[in-house]
Design a protein around this ligand. Structure first.
Ligand code: NDP
Length: 304
């Protein structure tokens, strides 16, 4: 099968495809395997429900300055739904007509659903994380001490999810200490008694608890030459390590986790589950039922 083409805003302005269209917007976008996942799930659904026969998911390379126009045209063209990836999740937050309550504290949206009055915004990354940690590591965020690395968009979503699930404590580690401050300002009001701590991973706090779940939400590891965001050997023995990065499938952090015989998992399952919930939001298809097809498509696309 030929790879899914990368479309542009100019293609969108001239869009004339009949049928139900879905899209992912990013910049860059050519690495995205979301079209493979969603189109596989839609093809599977169409076998038993002909309503889905004309549903297709497309990817668009949209620079940040073009995002407002792209969202306007997508709405006018009645795209059923849109996914947003780097760097659009925060930028799109202010461009929705209605916001899902769970997305509001995150300050970022990764899923939009068409409605007549404008876009309805959601964030499915938290669900993706919870589902992946449960599936791959047999752990619940609510039962765990969490060491969360990063202070960007992904860390913000993960931190909100951990607090909403009443994790036992949340330790935020980021290379640049100043970037922890805005995250703390956002999190204090919703911590509701969960102990919150900040640190720089180069100097690990002495009172960090053992048996914590370590989550990498930094981009350190996207390149094989990147230093890991923390030295796991400096921590009291963690319960497990989850790296949101899925490509490469084994970062240096995960290699160290394997060396230390710690349970560990990469971010592929998170990607699959956030995508499955987005598809449920647009189509009503049960996320738990579409996830296995999406997982197979993701594995094949990454292997390819
Ligand atoms: P951002 O650009 O918003 O944040 C990047 C974070 O990484 C910052 O905290 C930054 O620290 C830190 N960082 C960057 N380079 C390094 C380095 N060399 N060493 C240590 N820390 C570093 O990115 P996002 O939050 O959007 O994404 C983070 C990661 O999560 C990405 O790899 C992304 O692919 C992944 N992700 C995976 C998902 C999935 O479904 N599996 C979903 C969402 C994200 P500083 O403040 O010091 O600059």
């Amino acid at each position: 099968m030929p790879p899914d083409p990368v479309h542009t805003l100019a293609d969108l302005e001239a869009w004339s495809r009949p049928g139900t269209s879905l899209a992912v917007l990013g910049h860059p976008i050519k690495h995205s395997i979301s079209p493979a996942m969603h189109n596989a799930a839609l093809a599977e659904a169409a076998k038993s429900d002909p309503r889905f026969a004309d549903w297709r998911y497309f990817r668009f390379d949209v620079p940040p300055d073009d995002l407002p126009r792209a969202l306007e045209v997508l709405h006018a063209q009645q795209f059923r739904g849109v996914n947003l990836t780097v760097p659009h999740k925060v930028l799109a937050f202010d461009r929705v007509a209605e916001m899902d309550a769970a997305a509001r504290p995150v300050g970022a949206v990764n899923t939009l659903r068409w409605q007549k009055s404008g876009w309805h915004g959601f964030n499915t990354d938290g669900y993706g994380l919870v589902s992946a940690v449960r599936e791959c590591l047999d752990l619940e965020l609510g039962d765990a001490h969490i060491v969360l690395l990063g202070a960007g968009g992904a860390a913000r979503g993960a931190a909100v999810e951990c607090l909403q699930r009443k994790c036992r404590s949340l330790w935020l580690g980021n290379r640049t200490r100043e970037n922890l401050k805005p995250l703390f300002n956002l999190l204090w009001p919703i911590a509701h008694g969960v102990p919150l701590h900040g640190f720089v991973p180069a100097s690990v706090p002495a009172d960090l608890p053992a048996d914590a779940l370590v989550i990498n939400a930094t981009s350190a590891g996207l390149h094989d030459t990147d230093h890991p965001p923390i030295d796991l050997a400096l921590l009291p023995r963690p319960a497990a390590v989850f790296d949101m990065i899925y490509n490469p499938p084994e970062t240096r952090l995960l290699r160290q986790a394997a060396f230390l015989a710690l349970p560990h998992a990469n971010g592929r399952s998170m990607l699959v589950h956030q995508g499955a919930l987005a598809l449920e939001i647009w189509s009503g298809l049960d996320a738990k039922l579409t996830a296995p097809t999406m997982a197979r498509a993701a594995a094949a696309a990454l292997a390819g």
